[in-house]
Design a protein around this ligand. Structure first.
Ligand code: MEV
Length: 333
């Protein structure tokens, strides 16, 4: 048996952080993928196990498939191992999953980690899809996303669920728990600038929580403004002809709000301002912030200029297009 599943990265266009507190957010899937390949492994022993390898992360681990809830982890304590063990546990609980033989899982990802592009969610979504197929279980996209969400909790503590949702469904999504609305997005050009400064989403989200608890009268109204901004952005994105300048301005307003709640950084501001000065219509951080990536909304003719400006300011520019497929599973043998 050989199964391959892949799932896309994402960028949050509007509303990160506030989405953790029930406000809406808008995200799109992009054409960078995490791929999980699962092959059967006849090790001729009574012990059914999964050998997990992510070579570019120098990760190798073993997960015992018999032990259900008490999955044994060995070799390495990367969060990916714990998250995969969680996926197995939840599939057993919810779908009575069983795997006929030992397997090897290999993870290969084009998505930089800790860069705000949803790398962990893409790996969790692809792993869920591959493991379900290997167990002969048909899962709906909602079910895949819901299992991947449990793995996201291992990675991020209190995730909103937007990352696993967009990675599963692809395209563009307006997300306001529990409502998830896929909508068709008009064509526009985005450049991502990676600060190459990795950070942990969990810590940044926790920082916002602590400041919000200390200053509720400041943070709560700010979070409401995030929500208003996202609804305004949805209006702009679904009205023809697309008002690019207004959209760009909303990027900038969103960045101001993210700055206000303390999740920007010098590196991000440098890339954001370099893009704006090079002619971007708007620029903001994307994902958790405090490092990671920013996005710039541009007219196509400005692509070269903005890319160079990001590079000169110390970032890594990445031109991406929107992925409409979401998770894909192929059974190969
Ligand atoms: C992370 O991609 C986005 C955050 O809003 C956290 C979350 O939604 O879980 C910062």
């Amino acid at each position: 048996m050989k199964v391959k599943a892949s799932a896309p990265a994402k960028v949050i266009l509007f509303g990160e952080h506030a989405v953790v507190y029930g406000q809406p957010a808008i995200a799109v899937a992009i054409d960078k993928r995490a791929t999980v390949t699962l092959t059967s492994k006849n090790n001729n022993t009574e012990k059914k196990e999964i050998v997990l390898k992510a070579l570019d992360l120098k990760l190798e681990a073993t997960i015992n498939l018999h032990s259900g809830k008490n999955v044994i982890l060995a070799n390495h304590h990367d969060k990916i191992v714990e998250a995969t063990a969680k996926i197995i546990e939840v599939m057993k609980e919810r779908h009575d999953a069983d795997w006929p033989e030992s397997m090897e899982i290999t993870i290969v990802s084009q998505i930089p980690r800790g860069a705000g592009l949803g790398s962990s969610a893409a790996i969790s979504v692809a792993s869920t899809a591959a493991l379900a197929t290997a167990a002969g279980i048909q899962l709906s996209k909602d079910e895949i996303s819901s299992i991947a969400f449990e793995a996201e909790r291992i990675h991020h503590g209190t995730p909103s669920g937007i990352d696993n949702t967009i990675s599963t469904f692809g395209g563009a999504v307006y997300f306001k728990r529990p409502e998830v609305k896929n909508f068709s997005i008009p064509s526009f050009s985005l450049i991502i600038g990676d600060t190459k400064k990795e950070r942990e989403t969990k810590k940044v989200v926790l920082g916002v929580k602590e400041r919000k608890e200390r200053l509720p009268h400041i943070y709560n109204p700010l979070l409401d403004v995030f929500g208003n901004l996202v609804d305004e952005a949805l209006q702009v994105l679904t009205t023809e002809p697309l008002e690019l300048e207004t959209l760009g301005h909303l990027f900038n307003v969103n960045q101001g709000l993210l700055n206000a709640i303390g999740v920007s950084s010098l590196e991000l501001e440098q890339l954001i301002w370099a893009s704006r000065n090079a002619g971007a219509l708007g620029a903001k951080l994307t994902g958790a912030g405090a490092g990671g990536s920013m996005i710039a909304l541009i007219e196509t003719k400005k692509e070269q200029n903005v890319s160079e400006a990001i590079k000169n300011a110390g970032g890594e520019p990445l031109t991406v297009s929107i992925d409409t497929k979401g998770v894909i599973t192929e059974e190969m043998e």
